[in-house]
Ligand binder design. Structure first.
Ligand code: BG6
Ligand code: MG
Length: 217
């Protein structure tokens, strides 16, 4: 039996939130906004443009579309300098074991991410070859919690949405998976991701019995 296994990237495979934070903090500082780690939590799973809009709202600032475009460009240029230094040591604990197990058992694997930098990041941490399909921020028109990214990922794998398994660290991502009739596996705080069908703090808590049960379901 086969099931589509779909992974979010940021916060699930790698902890890139810290790099997004550093890059956004510079932009915020330039706008005279005090951008904190708590604020950064609101940007999890959220698209680049939406992230900027949230930051502008925090500072109660209005700018033109041209200024927005410039800041988005600047933010990403800075973010790319952090990505450039990434390597396989940044893959979060337990992720490789799960990827190995799924590959060994010929389960279809996809990435479903809001990021437009997904491919370069997978290349940097050297796991691009594990993915049979990639759907990222360049492919979708409707951001999470819209199910589009995950529906597209299942389609690319030639698998049904129903019964597909999604690993997510963001509330919007869990909601997107649920809206797609998929099985949502929350990675992170259960109190935050309580809408998920299953919850784990990280991938080291996921064993092969759990994965096999999902396949057989
Ligand atoms: C998501 C992150 O995966 O991708 C968000 O959780 C980020 O924080 C979004 O804003 C877009 O990423 P990028 O790389 O296209 O700016
Ligand atoms: Mg995420």
């Amino acid at each position: 039996k086969k099931k589509a296994f779909i992974f979010d990237l940021d916060g699930v495979i790698v902890d890139t939130a810290k790099y997004h934070f550093l890059a956004w903090q510079k932009i915020a500082a330039q706008l005279g906004i005090d951008f904190t780690h708590e604020h950064n939590e609101q940007l999890k799973g959220v698209s680049r443009i939406r992230s900027l809009e949230i930051i502008l709202a925090i500072g109660n600032i209005t700018i033109t579309q041209e200024e927005k475009d410039n800041l988005l460009l600047k933010k990403n240029e800075d973010y790319l300098t952090y990505i450039d230094k990434m390597d396989e040591s940044e893959i979060l604990d337990g992720v490789m074991q799960v990827l190995h197990y799924l590959k060994q058992n010929n389960q279809p694997i996809a990435l479903g991410s809001a990021s437009k930098n997904a491919r370069p990041i997978l290349e940097k941490v050297k796991i691009l070859s594990y993915f049979d399909a990639i759907v990222d921020g360049n492919d979708v028109t409707n951001a999470k919690p819209d199910p589009e990214v995950f529906v597209q990922a299942a389609k690319k794998l030639n698998m049904p949405s129903e019964g597909a398994i999604v690993f997510e660290d963001s509330v919007a991502g869990v909601q997107a998976a649920n809206a797609a009739q998929m099985v949502s596996v929350g990675i992170g705080e259960k109190a935050v991701l309580h809408e998920a069908h299953y919850n784990f703090n990280n991938f080291t808590e996921i064993d092969t019995t759990f994965l096999q049960n999902l396949v057989n379901k």
